[in-house]
Design a protein around this ligand. Structure first.
Ligand code: SF4
Length: 401
């Protein structure tokens, strides 16, 4: 199995997305505090690490930690807005340090939409330059896109644009908006959509990619809204293959180890043939409407078989359907117990245990930077007509809001 872990190396950013789910906190990382987390992934036999944020390229020791992770044998990736990677020297520095794979977040090919979503003009051109620089330095490139109200109707047009302008980009990832955290939580009235708003456009976009021989993944979208491409669902693939994911959040959540992938289901889901491998409705905050879920009656085995025999993903060992079925039945029993335990924890307000790993720390400098950033972001929020995320109480005490 190819588990990949996430480390948020910073939480501030040089863009200002009104639906950011991981905005600024007072926590900071040093090389040493990141190194401990890399070592933990190595000890767990993880395949790779994704350096993320905030905007990870703003951490002054990013090349060093990327190089260290690569030296330990991890596949090194980064999720970025591409702003700094548009600088050819920085892109080369990251490639030389060991970065192998870059996920650039781009939400729309329409500059005016991208500017609203990013809170900054002229980001699209820099994203394109980042793609070119990465490719020139041998770094593989994915395009990541958060599905939201402003781009839900033209996902397919954006894909056609990428195919035409950047044929070297071969993999795309959509994340449906997470309305439960950060600025996304407080700006649902501006950025949240209904599932049916993107259904046709997403299907068309997937078709374009499949027809052109490209690959893609879709996260946080229930299978009834992507039935023809259910094998591309991130949650479904993880359920089928029994994969886990660890995210080291640079905030009070600290470490979250996700081993179950089912979110929320409607009564209608009980009749659905793909329910055992569907992640359901991603919603921790009653934002999406469960009434939008409709059971489908397609052959689940066909979806599973496509995932476990995927020639582009040879990491999964049980490549015959009968063997998978026996293994899955056994795993489902264990997963049910785990889900009940997690639900009990959530209801009692406890977090999943994070072991003894400490994810960053709140320092006097970190607090000063945070307070300064909050003031700047307060003005940005006012200018863009969005709300600033609710401030949180840190482990170290209350920070001003
Ligand atoms: S009806 Fe429920 S189980 Fe079936 S695909 Fe939709 S969300 Fe998944």
């Amino acid at each position: 199995m190819a588990n990949i872990g996430y480390i948020q190396v910073v939480r501030h950013c040089n863009h200002f997305c009104g639906f950011c789910s991981n905005p600024t906190t007072p926590y900071v990382h040093t090389f040493d505090s990141m190194k401990v987390l890399v070592d933990d992934f190595v000890a767990r036999d993880y395949f790779g690490v994704i350096l993320t944020g905030g905007e990870p390229t703003l951490h002054p020791e990013l090349p060093e930690i990327a190089g260290y992770a690569r030296d330990q044998g991890l596949h090194v990736r980064m999720i970025t807005n591409g702003w700094r990677m548009a600088d050819p020297d920085f892109a080369k520095q990251m490639a030389d340090a060991g970065l192998q794979h870059m996920h650039v977040s781009v939400y729309s090919h329409k500059p005016e939409v991208e500017a609203i979503l990013r809170g900054l003009p002229k980001t699209l051109g820099r994203s394109e330059a980042a793609v070119a620089n990465a490719v020139n330095n041998g770094i593989a490139v994915n395009i990541n896109c958060v599905i939201n109200r402003l781009n839900a109707d033209h996902l397919h047009e954006t894909i056609a644009w990428w195919i035409e302008r950047h044929p070297q980009v071969r993999h795309f990832v959509w994340n449906n908006l997470d309305p439960s955290m950060g600025r996304a939580e407080v700006n649902q009235d501006q950025f949240l959509h209904r599932l049916r708003d993107f259904e046709w456009s997403l299907a068309e976009a997937c078709r374009l990619l499949e027809d052109s021989g490209r690959t893609f993944r879709v996260e946080k979208v229930p299978l009834c809204y992507m039935t023809d491409f259910a094998w591309a669902s991130t949650e479904t693939r993880k359920i089928v293959k029994g994969e886990e994911r660890i995210v080291h959040f640079l905030d009070d959540k600290q470490t979250v180890r996700q081993t179950t992938w089912g979110h929320r289901y409607a009564d209608a889901c009980a009749k659905c043939t793909v329910q055992p491998i569907c992640g359901g409705l991603f919603d921790k905050g009653d934002a999406y409407d469960p009434a939008e879920l409709t059971p489908v009656f397609v052959d689940m085995d066909g979806i599973v078989e496509r995932i476990i025999t995927d020639p582009a993903d040879p990491s999964y060992a049980l490549r015959s359907l009968p063997v998978w079925k026996a293994n899955f039945a056994q795993r489902q029993g264990v997963a049910k117990e785990e889900a009940q335990r997690q639900q009990a924890q959530e209801q009692s307000g406890q977090r999943q245990p994070s072991g003894d790993l400490k994810v960053g720390q709140v320092t006097a400098d970190g607090l000063r930077l945070f307070n300064r950033k909050r003031r700047i972001e307060g003005k940005q929020a006012e200018r863009h007509g969005v709300r600033l995320e609710t401030d949180r109480v840190t482990r170290q005490g209350t920070v001003d809001s």
